[in-house]
Design a protein around this ligand. Sequence first.
Ligand code: PRP
Length: 209
Amino acid sequence: MISVALPKGRLGEKVYSMFEAAGYECPSIKENSRKLIFENADVGIRYFWVKPSDVAIYVERGAADIGVVGKDILLEYSPNVYELLDLNLGKCRMAVAAPKDFYDDTQKTLRVATKFPNIASEYYKSICRDIDIIKLNGSIEIAPILKLSDVIVDIVETGTTLKENDLEVIKNIVPISARLIANKATFKFKTTEIEKIVDAIKAQVKYDD
Ligand code: PRP
């Protein structure tokens, strides 16, 4: 039996479809219920719906054998897991954004609002810029509008949230996409089963031209 932590939401549903097409179907998952765990013993698979930002925790601690998580979470928390495959789904980027009239006064410490303090710190360390991190949990875009911060470091997907709040990207830091990860210990003793899944999923990944 292989257990899979799927991120709740649209991305997770796409990922489940890939598992289904790979032969790991679990029809009960499509029933409209509040259940979070689904199993199909015939094909040896069990799925859990978890909060996207928690997938890596389940996998790192072995509560799930494999899972699907955004690269943003892997970069921010550095969980001790194997990253097996880029699914080329859930594509977005981590970027620095600021109000249109932003001017970077390098004499001053830059105030950076973000949900990703480690990614932001690493980036500014790499360019030797002194910053003050303001850790928020959401709606990051309002921080510079209310003068809580000078800039933000956040995920940009369509760019709509920035545009509607009169902000613009001033620097792209890193591209983000969904990754298939595995628990390190489980991978050692279920290598064949996990590699079989990885190959079947890989065959369905749509890469850019
Ligand atoms: C994410 C991100 C941006 C937005 C980017 O927020 O933090 O706010 O999506 O998407 P866009 O470029 O397509 O507009 P999320 O929806 O996770 O909500 P949050 O504000 O609670 O972080």
